[in-house]
Design a protein around this ligand. Structure first.
Ligand SMILES: Nc1ncnc2c1ncn2[C@@H]1O[C@H](COP(=O)(O)OP(=O)(O)OP(=O)(O)O)[C@@H](O)[C@H]1O
Length: 228
């Protein structure tokens, strides 16, 4: 199987005042292409920091990260280029642009990349994420679950090598969470996407191919962790 993400011995220390937190403590793991991986763990264990390192939003103090064979280097320009072309991000609070319609929000990544808009592909995302009929509405005119599905479609619009989702259902009720998860999972299978998702919700996590468990900045396989 082909590896699409490789994290080698990543360390990230946050300094705030006198306190020093090893948010990511010498973490190593790889993710196979076309797999759905979930990272679970208690609040503050370092999940978001780890995703920020993989996304190239933060730089590790030690260690190396590769996305689709490219090293997330120290230069912000290089990291921004890899992030724009190879990484799709979905956040807990959707982060849609309120002044833009659903369809306009989906165009944003193309505009940022100066890429030609692939209308046929965007239409297929709208269909697969069950957003038909909502294209001309503004974010405040659709439900939370629908907003999150727009955010997922937006993340996929540039066909990223890897999709990083940080608590994508954290702001949704049970029913919408389950619906978003099912659509996300189906899309991942249909499109052969590679997804890394952070969640608190073990029921959702169980639908993934693989569960990783994070505690005090350390990462382990969830099954192994439970037996330990
Ligand atoms: N920018 C920052 N500056 C200082 N400390 C930080 C910063 N970001 C995170 N931390 C600390 O690093 C640790 C890990 O935080 P992180 O947000 O990665 O955890 P998390 O598992 O994603 O938590 P949650 O589930 O609550 O989102 C925490 O102790 C947090 O307080």
């Amino acid at each position: 199987m082909e590896e699409i993400v490789r994290v080698m011995n990543a360390l990230k220390i946050w300094n705030s005042g006198r306190a020093e937190t090893k948010a990511v403590d010498h973490v190593s793991f790889s993710v196979q292409v076309r797999s759905f991986t979930v990272i679970i763990g208690k609040s503050g264990c370092g999940k978001s920091t780890l995703l920020s390192l993989i996304a190239g939003l933060e730089v590790p103090d030690e260690g190396i990260i590769f996305i689709a064979g490219q090293e997330m280097g120290k230069s912000e320009t290089q990291r921004a280029m890899i992030r724009r072309t190879s990484v799709g991000m979905v956040h807990q609070f959707f982060d849609l642009i309120p002044e833009l319609t659903v369809r306009e929000n989906l165009r944003v990544p193309f505009d940022l990349n100066n890429a030609l808009l692939d209308e046929v592909y965007v239409d297929s995302l709208i269909r697969q994420l069950e957003l038909e009929g909502l294209e001309d509405r503004f974010p405040h005119q659709i439900s939370g679950g629908q907003q999150q599905r727009v955010a997922i479609a937006r993340a996929l619009s540039v066909k990223p090598a890897v999709v990083l989702a940080d608590e994508p259902t954290g702001n949704l009720d049970r029913k919408s969470s389950q619906q978003v998860m099912e659509l996300f999972r189906r899309l991942q299978r249909n499109m052969g996407l590679t997804v890394i998702m952070v969640t608190h919700d073990l029921d959702l996590a169980k639908q993934a191919d693989r569960i990783l468990y994070m505690e005090d900045g350390k990462l382990s396989e969830y099954g192994v962790q439970k037996q330990a």
